[in-house]
Write a protein that binds this ligand. Structure first.
Ligand SMILES: [Zn+2]
Length: 211
């Protein structure tokens, strides 16, 4: 219990800072350019990251979930690793971190790199034990981590509302319960694509960035 909320907080603080390069440069909030097709690259996964083929599917579902909030919905296409707008990498466990987002520019347009740590055993005894007992709980942790970090990629910042996917764990709370409220919607892996990871606050924050 000691290190992982701290690790999450540190990762989220770093992501929050990285999420606003535009704010420092030109006064505009960081956001992706949805006027053109958004390309993505989902990596195979670093050795030792613990990634599974399911996780790569989860990452794509998470991306499509955010895209569906836009009007019209964002069109995503797979792109080359070198130039994809959004890149998702799987990295080995470290420091109790769930994931992080690093903003970048690619060919003059905003882009984002996500680093997801799918080894749930490293996220503290409570999360690790639940994930071992319940594969859908484990999938939920990986999926919601992807959704959260992709939220940063789209330009959303942290909130203090426990109901939000953009809630920061630095504010504490029952993290198993946080994931269980999504897990409880599921009866199968395929159900993850249909379940709702967002609060009204998340939707409003997205709409404010992409009116
Ligand atoms: Zn965050």
């Amino acid at each position: 219990m000691k290190t992982w909320p701290r690790g999450w907080a540190a990762a989220l603080a770093a992501a929050a800072l990285a999420a606003h390069p535009g704010a420092a440069q030109d006064g505009n909030a960081w956001r992706l350019d949805l006027s053109e097709t958004v390309t993505y690259h989902i990596a195979e996964g670093a050795p030792g990251s613990g990634v599974t083929e399911r996780d790569r599917t989860l990452a794509l579902w998470a991306l499509e979930r955010w895209g569906a909030l836009a009007d019209p919905p964002v069109q995503f296409e797979p792109g080359p690793e070198g130039t994809a707008t959004v890149r998702i990498f799987w990295v080995p466990a470290g420091g109790g971190l769930y994931g992080e987002m690093r903003a970048r520019r690619i060919e003059g347009r905003p882009g984002a790199d996500l680093f997801i740590r799918p080894d749930t055993d490293a996220l503290g005894p409570d999360i690790g034990e639940m994930a071992r007992r319940d594969p859908l709980f484990r999938d939920t942790v990986v999926y919601l981590t992807c959704v959260h970090e992709l939220g940063h990629a789209f330009g959303l910042v942290h909130t203090r509302a426990f109901a939000d996917i953009m809630y920061s764990f630095q504010w504490g709370g029952d993290f198993v319960a946080y994931f269980m409220r999504f897990r409880d919607q599921l009866e199968s892996f395929e159900g993850i694509a249909a379940a709702n990871p967002f609060s009204e606050g998340d939707r409003a924050a997205f709409s404010a960035l992409y009116p």
